[in-house]
Write a protein that binds this ligand. Structure first.
Ligand code: GRA
Ligand code: FAD
Length: 681
């Protein structure tokens, strides 16, 4: 991946990367592993068949030189990043079409867009991502059968390229406050799209800048002089032949960002742009030819695509984290620094307990997130099937758990990747470590698809309702069953079961405390909204605690009940990781455990000892564990994390790619430095 150019330029030949040569420390680590890494890889893939499929798919894409970069994107201008990203994205989707003709599914597309395969090919974003992540899913989820028949085929074949244009300059979170209007005229049977203010400019949609020629635009629907709230419309933005913006369409790109610089995020405004009536997506609500409005069974169904993407994000976070932690663990096995015992040779940095503490809980987090994501994906599929059959009962439950898992998974992963970067010392700061780009991709997810605090407040809202139900002795849905007021909490014992139980007690305690704060607020004369705002720091905290209880419960349940077919050696390691995840978070929340679970100072000390013990137990398997993620070097994309551990050789090689090294004396010497050196002051 570091290009042909480089090999020529490494100053000393003996420091060049040697194919097939593996760092001896990594070799030793691999020998120490106590379990079969291939068995774990198969488990992660969901069986041998799926493993083979993945390998084949990776080979299909990653062995194609057209899809690999000669020059890393970070050395390109903003414009070239887009040019390069689009070229590869177009080529990639041609290949995807081939795959689809051989029976591929939407899953193939998703796998190409998340943290692994897709990020190997399009490291800093994909200008066609929104087409697949949101445009097509919105057509599928919100279109009538006729609309689906007409649009989906075109979209699959990339005869139209779309995006999802919802957020505006003035509003991203509060979508009821969007200002773009779609006004129906029964005489012409058209909607007219208009942007009445600067703050109504659409802002952010991926691929909107110069790529998409269509968009799902979310706008306030007006018919017969009345506003019916936000609805989705298919709007043509650019001419299908010339790609010039359509009359009345103002469109462009928003400029460089912290990351995702090839995604071509754009702005968009309309000056009374007409679209035919049948381009309002009408699966849920409709406007009849005479302008009569027919209501949706629930106005929240318009939010369906966001729900879908939130569910997918949790899976993507596990993939990004697997990549970051692989880089940091392999590097920590190769890197030697300081003297642990004076006079003795420098240890691998992974032998420092503090380093183990930085990394191993995040190996465990990959599993914790993966198991929760799997559960959420299954629930999403069950609930959407029920909704299609007219049963909306489980929608609030799905919304509530998707919101908090989206928030907690993105926030935890961003922290984890930054910790991985720091754990690599100075070299982690290099772009060629791939940790900065990976962080840039992941931290964006804390904001997009529902800002994290806002998402946690949505969960808190559901928790408050569940608490009221619990108090009234009503039946509770499974994820909040622990709020049941007749439930007997088990007393503390120094076990992982007790920790998982403890998280439920903490969540229940925090939920009850929030309810009390809200009640007190109202009793003191505040309106319910003011009381809500006054309690919102606590409410966010309660939602996070609820989510942690869910994640630990899922993780333990998988280790206890979902791994029966695994060998005892592997099961033991999986149990250690689950215990570590639970203990790590218990210690981060010691105050909560003291407050809500009746533990004592000596119990905290026991937890601390147990955490240390687990870190030491996991140490010999650390490299084996990250090897089991089975991420190809093209996916890792890092000088620090490749399978062979030729870290220093790759750092030097990648430095040689800098255009500043092309000539012995850079042009800027003549342009400015020489004058400074000769000046007499
Ligand atoms: C924050 C809310 C949820 C607030 O909505 P609201 O209509 O003002 O609601 P409210 O009066 O507070 O009442 C909430 C009520 O609406 C329900 N609800 C909210 N969302 C959903 C849902 N998805 N499914 C099912 N139910 C939903 C809630 O449960 C509440 O129900 P309740 O009143 O308690 O019975 C909403 O506005 C929202 O979702 N904002 C976030 C916007 C967002 O996610 N934008 C994404 C843009 S696309 C993007 O970022 C793409 C990036 C992708 C990439 O680059 O890869
Ligand atoms: C990389 C990237 C890609 C994106 N892609 C798309 C896309 O393709 N299509 C699209 O339509 N949009 C897209 N977005 C927009 C994204 O969905 C919004 O940025 C997001 O929903 C947050 O909205 P906002 O920016 O208005 O933040 P704001 O809502 O203004 O948030 C700012 C602060 O206000 C706080 N806040 C807001 N409301 C509340 C509240 N009710 N209670 C408490 N605190 C509150 C937040 O917690 C936050 O701290 C993208 C954004 C990014 C960063």
């Amino acid at each position: 991946m570091f290009g042909r150019l480089a090999a020529k330029q490494v100053p000393n030949k003996e420091y060049a990367v040697v194919p097939g040569k593996v760092n001896p420390d990594l070799q030793r680590e691999r020998k120490k592993c106590t379990f079969d890494t291939l068995e774990l890889t198969h488990f992660l893939d969901g069986g041998v068949e799926k493993y083979k499929d993945r390998k084949e798919r990776e080979n299909f894409f990653l062995s194609d030189p057209e899809l690999m970069d000669d020059v890393p994107p970070e050395l390109m201008s903003h414009e070239d990043q887009y040019r390069n990203g689009l070229k590869k994205a177009c080529y990639l989707f041609k290949k995807l079409k081939e795959l689809r003709e051989n029976g591929g599914t939407i899953d193939n597309y998703r796998q190409l867009l998340g943290g692994s395969l897709g990020s190997a090919i399009l490291k800093d974003g994909n200008p066609l991502a929104l087409h697949y992540v949101m445009f097509i899913p919105t057509l599928m989820g919100q279109g009538t059968p006729d609309q689906c028949a007409y649009w989906i085929e075109k979209a699959w074949d990339c005869r139209v390229i779309g995006t999802y244009a919802q957020t505006e300059l003035g509003h991203g979170t509060f979508i009821r406050g969007l200002e773009t209007t779609a006004t129906y005229n029964p005489k012409t049977q058209q909607f007219f799209l208009n942007s009445p203010t600067l703050t109504s400019y659409k802002w952010w949609p991926g691929g909107l800048g110069q790529t998409a020629n269509y968009a799902v635009v979310v706008a306030q629907l007006y018919t017969k002089g009345e506003c019916h709230g936000i609805h989705p419309f298919i709007v043509q933005l650019r001419d299908e032949k010339t790609h010039r913006p359509m009359p009345g369409v103002i469109v462009g790109e928003i400029g460089p960002k912290l990351g995702m610089n090839a995604t071509n995020n754009g702005f968009l405004a309309f000056k009374q742009v007409p679209i035919p009536r049948n381009q309002m997506l009408m699966k849920n609500a409709q406007v009849l030819p005479d302008g009569t409005y027919v209501k949706s069974p629930s106005n929240k169904l318009t939010y369906g695509t966001m729900m879908f993407v939130r569910v997918v994000i949790v899976q993507d976070m596990a993939s990004y984290l697997a990549k970051a932690v692989t880089i940091a663990v392999r590097y920590s096995a190769v890197r030697r620094q300081s003297e642990m015992v004076p006079g003795q040779s420098e240890p691998q940095i992974m032998d420092y307990l503090t380093q183990m503490y930085k990394l191993f809980p995040y190996i465990a987090t990959v599993y914790a997130l993966k198991f929760s994501a799997q559960w959420l994906w299954n629930m999403y599929n069950d609930v959407t099937a029920k909704i299609d059959a007219g049963d909306l009962e489980l929608l609030p439950e799905l919304h509530s758990i998707a919101c908090c898992l989206k928030a907690v998974s993105t926030a935890d992963t961003a922290t984890a990747i930054e910790t991985c970067r720091l754990s690599c010392g100075g070299h982690g700061y290099m772009a060629c470590s791939n940790l900065p780009t990976t962080y840039g991709n992941v931290t964006a997810a804390s904001t997009y698809e529902g800002e994290n605090t806002v998402m946690l407040l949505q969960t808190a809202r559901a928790l408050m309702k569940a608490y009221a139900k619990a108090q009234a002795g009503e039946q509770l849905s499974p994820t909040v069953e622990y709020l049941n007021r007749n439930r007997k909490f088990r007393p503390w014992s120094n076990t992982v079961d007790s920790i998982v139980e403890g998280f439920k007690q903490i969540a229940a305690g925090k939920v009850a405390a929030c309810a009390l704060s809200l009640q007190r607020g109202v009793e003191s004369g505040l309106s319910s909204e003011e009381a809500w705002n006054r309690a919102s720091v606590q409410l966010v905290d309660a939602a996070e605690a609820h989510c942690r209880a869910f994640i630990t419960d899922r993780h333990l349940d998988m280790v206890r009940n979902g791994m029966n077919e695994l060998s005892p050696a592997l099961r033991e390691v999986m149990a250690q990781l689950c215990d570590l995840y639970c203990v790590f978070w218990a210690l981060k929340r010691t105050g909560d455990f003291l407050q809500f679970c009746g533990i004592r100072g000596e119990d905290v000390q026991n937890l601390q000892d147990y955490q240390n013990e687990l870190l030491v137990q996991i140490r010999p398997n650390a490299v084996g564990l990250v090897d089991s993620f089975d991420l190809r070097d093209e996916i890792i994309g890092s000088a620090l994390g490749s399978y062979d551990g030729q870290v220093y050789e790759r750092l030097l090689q990648s430095a040689m790619l800098s255009p500043l090294n092309a000539k012995p004396v850079h042009d800027s010497y003549g342009a400015s430095l020489s004058a400074l050196l000769r000046a007499k002051y």
